[in-house]
Design a protein around this ligand. Structure first.
Ligand SMILES: O=c1nc[nH]c2c1ncn2[C@H]1C[C@H](O)[C@@H](COP(=O)(O)OP(=O)(O)OP(=O)(O)O)O1
Ligand SMILES: [Mg+2]
Length: 202
């Protein structure tokens, strides 16, 4: 990542929580970020059925629009007892006519688990696919996962999205209860980021 040092890397996201985590991951390498939101880029429609497909849409749209390399993150949670749902539709489960409502999404997720009588532990994993798209049209892909379980009730005020109901494997606290520094060491996003760093020779 040091080859980007001193530059601002375009991060093709409109999600503040993600952006803060990615910025914290990049900062030890001397790389700062500029987001799609800050550059007033439109939010492309995520029409693919995979994390990779949607990450490619976002990364290439931003690279094409700006002539800059762009890093996109497509992520979500796969719950075993729901056959991998919500998966790529994780954000959609929170979408209302008034914007995103993650409390509603978490309540809905729990209700579905109760309905199918899912046995404990309700295993799940957070997935992250990073695509780094270059203005010449090529791209590079880095993926990370963090296994864990869905718990109820919601616990913790930290983080974003579904963090209050996800307890990562090996921990007694949820991502919502973890300080952000600790989450950013072990998360799906941190794991994908490690591969990106490795590909660039640290
Ligand atoms: O660490 C996380 N902790 C909690 N929840 C998370 C996390 N990582 C992803 N998530 C959830 C939030 C969002 O509902 C969905 C991603 O959807 P996804 O389309 O990739 O992101 P997004 O629409 O929020 O922003 P954008 O597409 O502009 O990057 O998964
Ligand atoms: Mg999205």
């Amino acid at each position: 990542m040091r080859r980007f040092a001193g530059d601002r890397l375009l991060v093709a996201t409109h999600n503040r929580g993600k952006l803060e985590e990615i910025a914290a991951l990049l900062s030890p390498y001397g790389v700062s970020t500029i987001s799609a939101t800050e550059m007033n880029l439109p939010e492309p429609k995520e029409t693919e059925a995979t994390f990779l497909g949607n990450a490619r849409i976002k990364a290439h749209a931003a690279a094409r629009a700006t002539g800059l390399p762009a890093l996109a993150d497509d992520s979500g949670i796969e719950i075993d007892a729901l056959n991998g749902a919500p998966g790529v539709y994780t954000a959609d489960w929170a979408t209302t006519s008034q914007g995103r409502d993650f409390v509603m999404a978490m309540e809905n997720t729990w209700a579905r688990l109760e309905k199918v009588n899912a046995p404990e532990p309700r295993t799940a994993r957070f997935c992250c696919t990073f695509v780094l798209a270059w203005p010449d049209g090529h791209d590079e892909v880095f993926e990370g996962q963090m296994p864990g379980r869905i718990v109820w009730p919601m616990r913790g005020e930290q983080g974003h999205g579904y963090d209050p109901i996800f307890q990562p494997e090996g921990y007694e606290i949820t991502f919502g209860e973890m300080d952000r520094w600790e989450k950013n060491k072990i998360s799906h996003r941190a794991r994908a980021f490690e591969k990106l760093v490795h590909a660039f020779g640290g």
